[in-house]
Design a protein around this ligand. Structure first.
Ligand code: CA
Length: 223
């Protein structure tokens, strides 16, 4: 089992890391939100332990971006404040559980084990349309067996279109789900992302999967 700990307080990070290693887990750490997000998005972890209070991008923002990119990784949030608001916000954003600081290591371990026993999501990990395959957990996209590299937003848009395959998805729906942190994202930003996504998954392949529905939005045909 591979775990990622995103925590800027070195003493706390070391304490968690050492304890989990002694329990046989493979542990990586990140000391700020931005590098944590990159690691969580680009690599496969069974669980991310995410502190709310981080320099720069905070834990909520990391979680929001991670979920917007389609990652289903389990997330345990650490909150220093015993505030209900923090916990509600974390769970609303897609955290799987939370733990209030300070905590005993045994308590953290119990939460970690409980989460790891829980299936990641009811959603199938693999979505497909024609010869396009998207592994939501591994964040791996292939078409006709060819590996395709997408940006986080491109991946988020594709995952959303696939989940809603056969339905027209409006730009405002994409803004809300993929650009959650910026719900008023200008439509040209979304159009540019869809343009790049098409260049990667449709150019040189047949059939073209993403269709523009004039005046309405986009449609991915489930074939
Ligand atoms: Ca912190």
């Amino acid at each position: 089992m591979r775990l990622l700990v995103i925590e800027d307080e070195i003493k706390v990070a070391r304490f968690i890391e050492r304890g989990l290693r002694e329990e046989g887990f493979s542990v990586e750490t990140a000391a700020d939100g931005d590098s944590g997000l990159v690691k969580a998005r680009d690599d496969t972890f069974d669980l991310v332990i995410l502190d709310v209070m981080l320099p720069g991008r905070d834990g909520f923002s990391v979680l929001r971006e991670l979920r917007a990119s389609g990652a289903q990784t389990r997330v345990l949030m650490l909150t220093a404040r015993d505030g209900v608001q923090d916990r509600v916000q974390g769970l609303d954003l897609g955290a799987d559980d939370y733990l209030v600081k300070p905590f005993a290591f045994a308590e953290l371990l119990a939460r970690v084990r409980a989460l790891l026993r829980r299936p990641v999501s009811d959603e199938p990990a693999l979505l497909h349309a024609a010869d396009l395959q998207v592994d939501l957990r591994g964040r791996r996209v292939t078409r006709g067996g060819k590996l395709i590299t997408l940006s986080a937003k491109e991946f988020g848009v594709l995952a959303h279109l696939l989940r809603r395959a056969g339905n027209v998805v409006t730009r405002s729906e994409l803004a809300e789900t993929v650009w959650e942190d910026l719900p008023n994202t200008p439509s040209n930003v979304i159009e540019v992302t869809v343009y790049h996504l098409r260049e990667k998954i449709d150019r040189g392949f047949s059939p073209a999967l993403i269709q523009t529905v004039r005046g309405a939005g986009y449609l991915l045909q489930k074939s």
